[in-house]
Ligand binder design. Structure first.
Ligand code: AMP
Ligand code: MN
Ligand code: MN
Ligand code: MN
Length: 288
């Protein structure tokens, strides 16, 4: 019988709702064989998830999700799997990305408060956001705060009305440096949810071929932004190029329509893909 995995889950150590141990329990309840906690700019949830996984028989793959930039492209998401996540240099870099996120959040809050004042709505504070964010502040936390204080009906509205118009750029990891970092940590690198960059397939193909030359190992073929035809496209591209294929729900815990393992309902990622990734990671010197 084929067993299923979900290699893209967020915990409360970035913009997810649930604790790592609770995510593992949820995955176990769904009969998942393996998951990856892939927090934005943080590896702090991994130890807790690994410990919970050992208790419940769910394999936990250490991972991280970087926000990277390439030429004029901003906020490309790059996943690193099987990374040596206790590395001091990695921790120093992540801490700096989180510090920059903190500064950015304060700037976004100021811009949004100016708009809220014009609308005669009550202001939000940095402290409000810190009540729900640990130490990796994301726009999702600001959106959630806007919902809580009544300025927006839901997270989607908050993004449309406030977070998108009043965004301040994050600090992005230059793509080549991020690929080098994942390689230095003996991990495998995977491009997350490719349709977030463009739906132009010729463009995506040439970008991915170029990034492969810089060390990109795989493509997140199975994800919530891919329609079935996109998945077929990215699967055939991965096969043609001998690249890894992964998949995951990008579960944060606040979405009404996304669940671990199955995403919006149709996701099914086979364990054997993880097997192939492990072989690739093993070749680079890392073993799960
Ligand atoms: P940040 O990394 O701070 O820019 O926040 C981006 C995060 O916000 C993403 O990882 C998603 O979790 C979430 N997000 C981005 N755009 C939207 C949107 N339109 N609706 C809901 N959540 C979003
Ligand atoms: Mn997120
Ligand atoms: Mn992402
Ligand atoms: Mn994600």
């Amino acid at each position: 019988m084929e067993q299923y995995i979900d290699l893209h889950i967020h915990s409360c150590y970035s913009d997810g709702v649930h604790r790592p141990a609770d995510l593992v329990a949820m995955a176990a309840g769904r009969g998942m064989k393996a998951i990856a906690i892939a927090d934005h700019d943080s590896v702090e949830g991994i130890d807790e998830a690994v410990a919970a996984g050992l208790r419940s028989g769910v394999e936990v793959v250490p991972a991280v999700e970087f926000s990277v930039a390439y030429k004029h492209y901003r906020d490309i998401h790059l996943l690193g799997y099987f990374i040596e996540y206790k590395d001091c240099e990695l921790e120093r870099k992540l801490a700096e990305f989180r510090r920059r996120r903190d500064e950015r959040a304060r700037a976004i809050i100021d811009r949004i408060n100016a708009r809220l004042a014009r609308e005669n709505k009550s202001a939000i504070t940095y402290e409000d956001i810190c009540c729900i964010a640990r130490n990796c502040i994301s726009r999702l936390h600001i959106a959630e705060t806007l919902v809580r204080n009544g300025a927006a009906a839901n997270v989607q509205d908050a993004f449309k009305m406030y977070l998108i118009p009043y965004d301040v750029p994050k600090q992005y990891f230059p793509l080549e440096e991020a690929l080098d970092e994942i390689r230095r940590l003996n991990g495998v690198s995977v491009l997350a949810h490719p349709p977030s960059i463009s739906n132009d397939r010729n463009l995506m193909r040439s970008l991915i071929l170029g990034w492969k030359k810089s060390g990109l190992d795989g493509i997140e073929v199975f994800n919530n932004l891919c329609f079935k035809d996109d998945m077929i496209f990215y699967e055939s591209l991965a096969r043609e190029q001998g690249m890894l294929m992964t998949g995951g729900s990008d579960f944060h815990g606040f979405e009404d329509d996304v669940e671990i393992g199955i995403g919006r309902g149709g996701l099914s990622v086979a364990y054997h893909l993880l097997h192939i990734m492990k072989d690739a990671a093993g070749k680079k010197g890392a073993v799960a």
